[in-house]
Design a binder for this molecule. Structure first.
Ligand code: S3P
Length: 428
């Protein structure tokens, strides 16, 4: 499907509520499914990725019912029971599902096969196969890619120092450690999003977070109600649009502001963007707040690197669009893992944004943007079946001289089916 976006002249105004956080929704279903008892999950994501997780646990015998479109009731005794002896489980497009679930299933007393769509089947899984194998897991793969054939085994705790700062790798190992003999110690080069640590603690796991490592040991989880906060990665498209579409001034409500996720807010401050946190509170260990975003004529460039990266890894495509409207050279480095997302997000992003008139160059571990560029448009961009590229191109379209067409816009369903509807709400 090709979506055509044209320039917004009036600016964006009003108030929107950002839907549910994808990372937290996945974890809410996974952890409640392996916990004992019954709970209600409120504000569950409507994105296809989280529904892949939900269907997977239904296929493992967990009772999951919708009370309404955003509210789930989950009832489990903590024991997973495959429906068939093959136990083929479809993770769809979702890397979070495949990597975290492999940590849960590796230590079970049954076998499983994790499959995914074309894009997921190309994404690297060695990063979880290696540590799980050290713990005693038996996993066959297609040269480090899905399908993953897991032969359930008793696992043992390990000490693992990850080379990459990845919350998916961290969560996989912690979930395996939850069901292993002995303690599992995990460390990473920079702190990645810590939703797993927060939620496991909330549900009663034996987990301790120290300055430079996390320790987990065999634990039984007790189900508790969870209200999922709004997704800052989804809010990022609106933050960026508000800063670059002239005359904009609006409020975004209910955004998760966990400091391990909120890197875009620090970057916008460094760029001199007009962004205010106007209300802040804590919900089940997660920071939440509302934001006021206003058009800013004088954004300045910045360097984004090192420990910034895990805090905004998913926001980098739309930050590229934002940086194209800042004066000076913005450099993004140490972001090589962007090449392993739903698309090669360095190559695909740079190729497509160049077509619009943005001055952007690919580097091995990021990109360099020279601003301020006029976005000329009059082109059709390829989303490469990548939801975050599709929405980033839409934001570029809002300030483009001529229309921008986006091929594959329907992939926004993966994380944010409500995206365009919310843009329209602010356009009224
Ligand atoms: C996620 C972690 C990040 C992120 C992904 C969701 C998670 O991936 O890009 O969209 O929920 O744990 P990595 O762990 O591969 O960095």
């Amino acid at each position: 499907m090709i979506k055509t976006v044209s320039k917004n002249i009036k600016g964006l105004h009003g108030e929107i509520v950002i839907p549910s956080d994808k990372s937290i929704s996945h974890r809410a279903v996974m952890f409640s499914s392996i916990a004992n008892g019954s709970c209600i999950i409120k504000n569950f994501s409507s994105g296809a990725d989280c529904h892949s997780t939900l269907n997977l646990f239904k296929n493992l015998g967990v009772n999951i019912d919708f009370i309404d479109s955003r509210t789930l009731k989950i009832q489990s005794d903590g024991i997973l029971t495959p429906k068939t002896s093959e136990n083929i489980l479809d993770c769809g497009n979702s890397g979070t599902t495949m990597r975290l679930v492999s940590g849960i299933l590796a230590g079970k007393n049954f076998n499983s096969v994790l499959i995914g769509d074309e894009s997921l089947s190309k994404r690297p899984m060695k990063r979880v196969i290696e540590p799980l194998t050290q713990m005693g897991a038996i996993i066959e793969s297609n040269d480090g890619h899905a399908p993953l054939k897991i032969t359930g085994q008793k696992l043992k705790g390990i000490t693992y120092s990850s080379k990459i700062a990845s919350a998916q790798v961290k969560s996989c190992i912690l979930l395996a450690g939850l069901n292993a003999d002995g303690k599992t110690y995990f460390s990473e080069p920079y702190l990645s999003r810590n939703h797993t640590e927060i939620m496991l603690k909330y549900l009663g796991a034996n987990i301790e977070v120290n300055n430079d490592s996390i320790v987990i040991s065999s634990s039984k989880l007790e189900a508790k109600d969870i209200t999922v906060v709004g997704d800052i990665s989804s809010a990022a498209f609106f933050i960026s649009a508000g800063l670059i579409v002239p005359n904009s001034d609006f409020i975004i409500k209910n955004i998760g502001l966990n400091p391990t996720r909120a890197g875009i807010i620090d970057v916008v401050k460094r760029m001199g963007g007009n962004l205010e946190v106007i209300d802040k509170y804590v919900n089940a260990g997660e920071d939440v707040g509302d934001l006021r975003v206003r058009y800013t004529d004088s954004l300045k460039s910045c360097t984004i690197e090192g420990n910034d990266i895990p805090k905004l890894i998913d926001e980098l495509p739309v930050i590229a669009v934002l940086a194209s409207q800042a004066n000076g050279q913005t450099v993004v480095k140490n972001a090589e893992d962007l090449r392993n997302k739903e698309s090669d997000r360095i190559k695909c992003l740079v190729n497509e944004l160049k077509k619009t008139g943005i001055d952007i160059e690919e580097t091995s571990d990021g990109f360099i943007i020279n601003g301020k560029s006029k976005i000329k448009g009059g082109v059709e961009l390829e989303s490469y079946h990548d939801h975050r590229l599709a929405m980033s191109f839409y934001v570029a379209g809002l300030i483009s001289e001529k229309e921008i067409g986006i091929n594959g816009f329907e992939w926004t369903k993966i994380s944010f089916p409500e995206f365009e509807e919310l843009v329209c709400e602010l356009n009224n």
